[in-house]
Design a protein around this ligand. Structure first.
Ligand code: FPP
Length: 241
């Protein structure tokens, strides 16, 4: 058991396309293989007792990909969410989704709703998929919701603070991610959970997402356990003699 377990792990799952291309396969094969990693990592997080696992499964920007690829991803998501429902229930895991979900096809939204409902009272890991998600879009949506409340007199603009913004994000009750993992080596945040990851520890690995296995997750958690988290303050050290 790793010494310090993050409460919330968030993952930018990258490298599916490169994984497939390296094998002379079509990109969609990489996404299929990536779905297997999702299964493995979600189950391991539940076994370890991680409170929340948020996966960047489809960004707002991903809509710009060729239609065949986005359609394939939507079908894959629908199949995955339906097929995993029983496993999530068996593992007592919760399931949720964040993003501009209204942009998803009706059939995907239906499966999402069913799985959210079927798992809502479960006590173990909340597997949260970021779908049609953008960090800036989330902040824009929060600002719009607050502006509407200001207009109707429910919110006093002078009273708006960080807690007000946080309370209007897609999933206000989520603990902020302690650890953000990015696979496939790129050193960027790609518009992921911009508000929530202000103080998260970042871990970037060259491993492509379809190759990311339990031992890679353990390595990331062990690395996290060695970090000194200061949240802008100073680490408490024994006074010098
Ligand atoms: C990045 O790889 C990954 C995605 C755009 C989508 C992530 C989707 C999955 C892991 C599979 C389905 C998800 C679930 C939850 C079942 P990329 O295509 O950008 O890779 P590249 O950078 O190598 O081209």
């Amino acid at each position: 058991m790793p010494p310090a377990l993050p409460r919330h792990i968030a993952i930018i799952m990258d490298g599916n396309g490169r994984w497939a291309e390296a094998r002379g396969m079509r990109r969609i094969k990489g996404h299929e293989a990536g779905a297997e990693s999702v299964r493995t990592i979600a189950e391991e997080c539940s076994r370890l007792g991680v409170e929340q696992l948020t996966l960047y499964a489809f960004s707002e920007e991903n809509w710009r990909r060729p239609r065949l690829e986005t359609e394939f991803l939507m079908r894959l998501l629908k199949r995955f969410i339906a097929a995993e429902r029983e496993t999530l229930i068996r593992n007592q895991m919760r399931f949720s989704a964040i993003g501009r979900l209204e942009r998803l096809p009706e059939s995907v939204r239906k499966e999402l709703q069913k799985t959210v409902l079927a798992t809502k009272d479960n006590p173990r890991t909340n597997l949260c998929l970021a779908l049609s998600y953008g960090g800036r879009a989330e902040i824009v949506d929060a600002v719009k919701a607050i502006a509407a409340k200001v207009q109707s007199g429910q919110v006093d603009p002078k009273a708006i603070d960080e807690a007000t913004i946080a309370a209007h994000l897609y999933q206000p009750q989520m603990p902020e991610p302690d650890l953000v993992i990015r696979t496939a080596g790129e050193m960027r945040l790609s518009n992921f959970l911009l508000w929530q990851i202000s103080y998260s520890e970042l871990y970037v690995t060259e491993t492509l997402w379809p190759d990311f296995r339990i031992e890679h997750l353990h390595a990331a958690i062990e690395d996290f356990g060695r970090r000194e988290r200061r949240f802008g303050g100073l680490v408490q050290r024994p006074a010098a003699m």
